[in-house]
Design a protein around this ligand. Structure first.
Ligand SMILES: O=C(O)COP(=O)(O)O
Ligand SMILES: [Mg+2]
Length: 228
């Protein structure tokens, strides 16, 4: 698949710009321990994130990824998860290697940048600020900014609208199937990072053509496109 020169690049957060799984695991396990439940592994958390904090908490309580209805204790558990995740939000969470330099390059190319994450705003805002991402982002759409979250296309469409850029002139950079489904439904091109939390081993099995690049590789490729 060939790359075009977009007017704006939108980024997913968890698994794309930052590896937040260790701190999320700490918070989930503090919550589970409080409820007298057994802790879960970080690899489970890596499989269960991507559809927002509430879905992660519900999956952790149910002990499985596929849930039809939320366990009844989800609401109360969410309140405890919020307390615990706030306390360890940036204990170990850092940008993936080269991300800061890549964002500087993209900024120097004159590209507008934004964030579209399923993470609740209460976590997105302090995390973005602690990691020094604020100066790069002209818009930030979280999982609870609108009534719907990814894979619904609305958060991507909302971000594009806020930036005054046509949806098909934006490029979305994400790590999960929810990101791809949102981008497809919005009519936005997506590039996938090779790390992160895809949402199952076969999450992209039916999309072998999907361009897979790290954020630094993307900045380099777009640099070539803009120079051409
Ligand atoms: O909160 C989540 O489940 C994942 O957040 P993300 O959309 O930034 O990957
Ligand atoms: Mg993600």
């Amino acid at each position: 698949m060939t790359l075009f020169m977009p007017d704006a690049v939108l980024f997913d957060l968890d698994g794309t710009l930052v590896d937040s799984a260790p701190d999320l695991t700490t918070a989930v396990n503090r919550m589970l321990t409080e409820l007298g439940r057994a802790a879960i592994t970080e690899s489970r958390v890596r499989e269960w994130i991507g559809h927002g904090a509430r879905r992660l908490v519900a999956r952790a309580l149910a002990g499985q990824r596929d849930i039809v209805t939320e366990p009844p204790e989800t609401e109360a558990a969410m309140a405890r998860f919020f307390v615990h995740y706030h306390a360890c939000l940036v204990d170990t969470t850092i940008l993936y290697p080269g991300v800061r330099e890549a964002l500087l390059e993209l900024q120097a190319m004159g590209l507008a940048m934004g964030l579209v994450t399923n993470k609740p705003e209460a976590f997105t805002t302090p995390l973005v600020s602690a990691l020094g991402l604020d100066p790069f982002l002209s818009v930030s759409v979280s999982g609870d900014t609108l009534a719907v979250k990814k894979p619904d296309p609305a958060p991507l469409q909302h971000a594009a609208q806020q930036m005054g850029v046509a949806v098909d002139q934006c490029l979305y950079v994400g790590d999960s199937r929810a990101d791809l489904d949102a981008a497809d439904a919005a009519g936005m091109m997506m590039v996938r990072v090779p790390h992160g939390y895809p949402g199952g081993a076969d999450a992209f099995a039916d999309r072998p053509q999907l361009l897979t690049l790290t954020v630094p590789e993307l900045a380099e490729r777009l640099g070539q496109v803009s120079a051409a």
